[in-house]
Write a protein that binds this ligand. Structure first.
Ligand SMILES: Cc1cc2nc3c(=O)[nH]c(=O)nc-3n(C[C@H](O)[C@H](O)[C@H](O)COP(=O)(O)OP(=O)(O)OC[C@H]3O[C@@H](n4cnc5c(N)ncnc54)[C@H](O)[C@@H]3O)c2cc1C
Length: 383
């Protein structure tokens, strides 16, 4: 079954939300800056450290590992406010969203003690080394390979589209540690690789507009010590798929274009029953997506791994992000001038980056396949 259980917020959760909202209102007064668009956000290490000082990075990390021991739901509330404001969350994003929880779930005691306090402090940033030149949707076909050597592994291969590798400290690398032997989902492992390692090269892959968002990462006999293997050798597929529940379910999958809508309302006169009706319909869809995403945060707090539910949030959410842009473009009536006001600049930026929304983190076609296969399996089991 695919289930989204409705849930409200407790008084403490409401208070946290109000606190974050006040913080972002002070940091980012509307109309005075160009907001970042969700996880396209650049790295602002000082901002990440200010968040860390408030205990808002690695929130789910327990106190014994230097964290505040808060819930996935509380993290949801913090990131929702940050993304709505267009805050520069890029530096710590991956470490906060998924590296900390997966190290908590699968990491050795040594990895937990070594990395979790640094993630919480905004001192260790991670990127994701999953995709390869010939392995995107078909992730299990990765060819990057680690072979045994004295005290660890020698890593060879290359990753592409690695967002943020140019400023992160580590890349969480999915690789093959034993041959396929007909079953490609076995024999995969996750290694934590220091991006300053000998034999590792990071080269920019520039976007058409010249921006440097992602990279190619090449490994040539990179030595990775044994203790940097996350979890069991060979259990990489199970780990990486449970990680996707974090990667696909959060507010980052439906709030990317929210700052555009906010600036549209702040910078342009919107009046008339038709505009109000269409904006009202949009607000209702925001609310539905938010409740689906919140329900997943609650499931994570309950120890569940709602990976299939997450595919639906990402599919519906990223399609919705496009619809927001279409409506704003329609209501604002025309093309934006380069170098126009902040709203024009933001809409232009969103227009250029929009095609990536439904690709990154797994394409929508693939997400639907995951959900459909799950439903079929459930149906067969019930027969
Ligand atoms: C902005 C951005 C940031 C990214 N950041 C990272 C990152 O940090 N780390 C990382 O590892 N990767 C990253 N990626 C890569 C991303 O995960 C892949 O682009 C994505 O998984 C698709 O893989 P691909 O590009 O190889 O496309 P392909 O897998 O070649 O797919 C091409 C097309 O075929 C369709 N298709 C493929 N297989 C099927 C199927 N079975 N059924 C139906 N249709 C199918 C796809 O939907 C797609 O439209 C990023 C991508 C983008 C755009």
């Amino acid at each position: 079954m695919i289930e989204f259980r409705p849930s409200g917020l407790t008084e403490d959760e409401e208070a946290l939300r109000a606190e974050v909202r006040e913080f972002v209102a002070e940091e980012f007064p509307s109309g005075t800056y160009l907001p970042e668009l969700g996880i396209n956000a650049g790295a602002d290490v000082e901002f990440s450290r200010r968040l860390a000082a408030r205990g808002w990075i690695g929130m789910v990390v327990p106190q014994e590992y230097g964290g505040p021991g808060r819930s996935a739901t509380e993290r949801f509330l913090v990131v929702e406010e940050l993304l709505a404001a267009g805050a520069p969350v890029g530096a710590h994003w991956v470490a906060d969203r998924q590296t900390a929880p997966v190290i908590l779930s699968f990491g050795s005691e040594r990895l937990k003690r070594e990395f979790l306090p640094r993630i919480v402090g905004g001192d260790a940033f991670f990127c994701l080394g999953m995709s390869e030149p010939d392995s995107g949707s078909d992730l299990a076909s990765v060819r990057t390979r680690a072979t045994r050597t004295e005290g660890g592994w020698l890593l060879n291969g290359s990753k592409v589209w690695t967002s943020g590798a140019q400023y992160c400290h580590y890349v969480m690398t999915l690789c093959r540690t034993s041959p396929q032997e007909g079953r490609k989902h076995v024999g995969l492992s996750q290694l934590i690789v220091d991006l300053t390692s000998d034999g590792l090269t990071v080269s920019p892959i520039k976007l058409l507009n010249g921006q440097h968002h992602f990279n190619e990462v090449v490994f040539e006999d990179v030595f990775v010590p044994d203790h940097m293997v996350l979890g069991e050798v060979g259990s990489g597929w199970h780990q990486v798929t449970s990680e996707l529940a974090y990667e696909r379910s959060g507010p980052d999958r439906f709030l990317t274009t929210f700052p555009v809508l906010r600036y549209f309302l702040d910078f342009r006169d919107v009046a008339g029953p038709e505009a109000e009706l269409r904006l009202g319909a949009l607000a209702a869809r925001y609310w539905v997506l938010r409740n689906m995403s919140l329900s997943i945060a609650r499931s994570l707090d309950g120890g569940e791994v709602p990976a299939v539910e997450a595919t639906l949030v990402k599919d519906l959410g990223t399609s919705f992000e496009h619809d927001v842009l279409d409506l704003v473009r329609d209501l604002s009536g025309g093309e934006q001038e380069p170098g126009g006001d902040l709203f024009d600049q933001l809409l232009a930026e969103a227009t250029v980056t929009a095609p990536t929304f439904t690709l990154r983190g797994g394409t929508n076609e693939v997400l639907r396949t995951v959900a459909a296969k799950h439903l079929l399996r459930e149906k067969r089991r019930a027969l």
